[in-house]
Structures are given as structure tokens and as C-alpha cells.
Design a protein around this ligand. Structure first.
Ligand code: SF4
Ligand code: SF4
Length: 389
């Protein structure tokens, strides 16, 4: 991570610069080709994923303020009114487009005579095109690719998607992606490995925004070729993009020691810091719902009143719920501290062995969206202080 923005691998097509009109044409072209185009939009004063028909639907001129237990988004005179990506990250993670919060797995109906017919889940949704995926969320999708490699519905959606990553130029107080090695600054190899097709950097001056575009897949290269205002990137464009990324990186002060965190969370289960952190926890599960890598689900069966049809649904679940650890006779994690410790020990301590990388990408959403302001970076620092690591 941290390669210069605009740098390309020997196999990468050269970077080019797109106008704001080209961005509209890119979005329109994806829609014409049948993609369900999604990007950051303003929904109830929150910047979150939604349908995008043109750059008019993007949060132009909006900024966000994310910190422990606080989220605000609003238009700001501090950024150009046409800047479309002058915020940190959408409120929700892109995982929902590949692992929906609820989805049917199959349906069964009772035939006359008593036999049962099993019907597959309905036809899949159209392929999605995501415009505006940040480096942290791109890394999270790569994590999910490993964790859900055997899930056919997830794989089908991921394989069909077109992904436009956008470098982050306006990180929030809750961000700590440099510690995680996931941004700001997305190397081409990491972008391609995470299934991105294009990486954009928004460059803004008095004239408005333009976009340094780095194709990282053949499909991405094809998409930019026909755009009308496109021109080759100059060294000044590439330097400008590098400055955007460097400034974002410099603005992030929050850290988490990813190298020592696995041992810290695994080896000190009885530390007082666990109880102190969890004292404020409401067990709401927001942290797991907001997290771009949490993928736990449960299945529920629903039947009609007559008992002739039944459906099996998969729904997001959370290790913060009592029922999540229900085994024969009851839950094995009754106390709040046991559930918080399970979450963090799995995410920071066990994922490296299980999936080859941490389960945290440093997006900061669990910090922003925790109503109690619980902050995993402060918790890990408190653990380190207590055990002298
Ligand atoms: S644990 Fe928190 S900071 Fe880390 S990826 Fe999940 S939501 Fe983001
Ligand atoms: S840590 Fe915060 S977000 Fe997570 S369950 Fe507790 S109160 Fe909710």
C-alpha cells in the first residue's frame, strides 16, 4: 500500500484525465449496459449508497464529519460546489450489494398429494456498478472474497460487478486506514486484486472537478476509451493526484498497532480494559452492521398460515446478540464483555490466521456509529498500556 497515485504496473494502460461530463458519460454508459449504478447520494442528510443516474445524484459540495458516536453531513463552502467526493465514506459499507442484509435462499411448496417441491431463490438482481468505493472498502471486499469464497450468490454478484474506486481526499476523525495499510493511496495491484476496474482521483480547482483515471482492468480501460473529453494525464495531473492522497494521509492521526494487536487481544482476555470499555456498550450491534468485513448471518424459516409454502431466508446477524451464540441449552456468551471480546478477538486476533489478513480495514465506521462512542483504537491502546506491550 501507499504507492504513488497515478503509478501504473507495467501491464496497466496509462492514466488519463476525465472531465465532469466524462463522469456523467461513464455513469450513463454503465446504466445503458444494464448495470444497476450505485454511488454515494444524500439520503435524509446522510451520505450513503443509492441509485445514481448522473453526477447530479452525487453529494456535490457536501462534506461529512465522523467521530466517536457522531455523524453529520452537510453542504460546505469549504469545498467546490461541484466536488462530488469531498467526504470520507458512505455511511454504509458496500458489502450490502454483494451480501444483502436479507435474502431468500429457497422456497418450498406442498403439492396436492403431499410431496414437496423446492424452488430456487428468485433470479439474481442486475449486476451492480459501484462508483466511489474508497480504499478501505475495496480492501474489505477483498477480505470478503476470501471469507465468502464458497458462497455462490456472493461470488456471482462480485464477479458481475463493475467497480470504480475513488481515492479519499477528505478523511474523517474516525479513520485509521494508514495503520491498516488500506489507504489513502490505492496501488494498482491491490485495486485489481480487489476487483476494481478503475481508480479515480478527484482533482479540483476554481474551474471545478476533473478526474485522474487509472484503469486497472481491461473492462475499466475499455470504459474510458470512448469518453469525449478524455486526454492523457500530464505529470502535473499525476502530481496533483499524489498531493490529494498525501494530504489525506497526513490528516489522519488515529492509529491502531496492527502488528501487535493480534497477540494483545488474544493473550489478555481477563484484562480490566475489556470491562472498562464494555461498561458503556448497549449491545446494539451497530458496530457489526456498519463494519465492511463483518459477514455473520443466520437463517430463518417462514411459513404461510396454511402451511403450504415455506421460505428460508438469510439475514445479517451479530455476535453482539444473545441468540447468536445459542447452543444446546442456552447462549455460551451471556455477558456483554464476552460478546465484545469475541468480536474484537475474532476481527483482530484470529482473521490473520484464518483469512490471511486482519478483519479490520481501518474505516472507522464502528467508531462513528457506536451510540456509546466506543472506540476500538482506544481499547487496544488501553490493553497495551495495561499489559505493558
Ligand atoms: S472493525 Fe471498525 S474500523 Fe475496522 S473495518 Fe470494521 S467498522 Fe471499520
Ligand atoms: S460497541 Fe457500540 S455499536 Fe457495538 S454493540 Fe456496543 S454500543 Fe453497540
Amino acid at each position: 500500500m501507499g504507492a504513488p497515485v497515478g503509478s501504473t504496473t507495467s501491464a496497466s494502460p496509462p492514466s488519463s484525465v476525465l472531465s465532469a461530463g466524462d463522469l456523467d458519460a461513464l455513469i450513463g454508459g454503465l446504466a445503458e449496459d444494464g448495470y444497476r449504478v450505485l454511488g454515494p447520494t444524500v439520503v435524509d442528510a446522510v451520505i450513503d449508497w443509492g441509485p445514481v443516474r448522473s453526477s447530479d445524484d452525487l453529494p456535490r459540495g457536501w462534506v461529512d464529519d465522523q467521530r466517536a458516536g457522531r455523524y453529520r453531513a452537510e453542504p460546505s463552502d469549504a469545498v467546490h460546489p461541484d466536488a462530488a467526493f469531498a467526504f470520507a465514506s458512505p455511511a454504509s459499507a458496500p458489502k450490502r450489494w454483494f451480501l444483502p442484509p436479507t435474502e431468500p435462499l429457497f422456497r418450498a411448496t406442498r403439492r396436492p398429494g403431499g410431496s414437496i417441491a423446492f424452488l430456487p431463490a428468485p433470479d439474481p438482481d442486475p449486476a451492480v456498478a459501484l462508483v466511489g468505493v474508497r480504499g478501505c472498502d475495496l480492501a474489505a471486499l477483498a477480505v470478503l472474497d476470501r471469507a465468502l469464497a464458497a458462497d455462490p450468490a456472493f461470488r456471482r454478484r462480485r464477479d458481475a460487478a463493475f467497480v470504480v474506486a475513488v481515492e479519499c481526499g477528505h478523511p474523517a476523525d474516525s479513520c485509521f486506514c494508514p495503520s491498516a495499510g488500506t489507504g489513502p493511496g490505492i496501488p494498482d495491484e491491490a485495486a485489481a486484486a480487489a476487483g476494481a476496474d478503475l481508480v479515480l482521483t478527484e482533482l479540483v480547482d476554481e474551474a471545478g472537478p476533473r478526474y485522474l483515471a487509472r484503469p486497472v482492468s481491461a473492462a475499466g480501460a475499455e470504459r474510458v476509451v470512448g469518453l469525449g473529453d478524455r486526454r492523457p494525464a500530464t505529470p502535473a495531473d499525476i502530481d496533483g493526484a499524489a498531493t490529494v492522497v498525501a494530504s489525506a494521509r497526513d490528516a489522519i492521526t488515529r492509529t491502531l498497532p496492527f502488528a501487535s494487536a493480534p497477540a494483545l487481544v488474544r493473550d489478555a482476555p481477563e484484562a480490566a480494559a475489556w470491562d472498562q470499555t464494555v461498561e458503556a456498550c448497549l449491545l446494539c450491534g451497530n458496530c457489526t452492521m456498519a463494519c465492511p468485513t463483518c459477514f455473520c448471518t443466520s437463517v430463518h424459516d417462514r411459513t404461510d398460515v396454511a402451511g403450504t409454502t415455506a421460505e428460508r431466508w438469510r439475514e445479517w446477524d451479530s455476535c453482539f446478540s444473545l441468540a447468536f451464540s445459542e447452543l444446546h441449552g442456552g447462549s455460551v456468551r451471556e455477558s456483554p464483555v464476552s460478546r465484545y471480546r469475541q468480536w474484537l478477538t475474532h476481527k483482530l486476533g484470529m482473521w490473520p490466521e484464518q483469512f490471511g489478513s486482519s478483519g479490520c480495514v481501518g474505516c472507522g465506521r464502528c467508531i462513528t456509529w457506536c451510540p456509546a462512542g466506543i472506540d476500538l483504537t482506544r481499547h487496544v491502546a488501553a490493553l497495551a498500556m495495561e499489559v505493558g506491550a
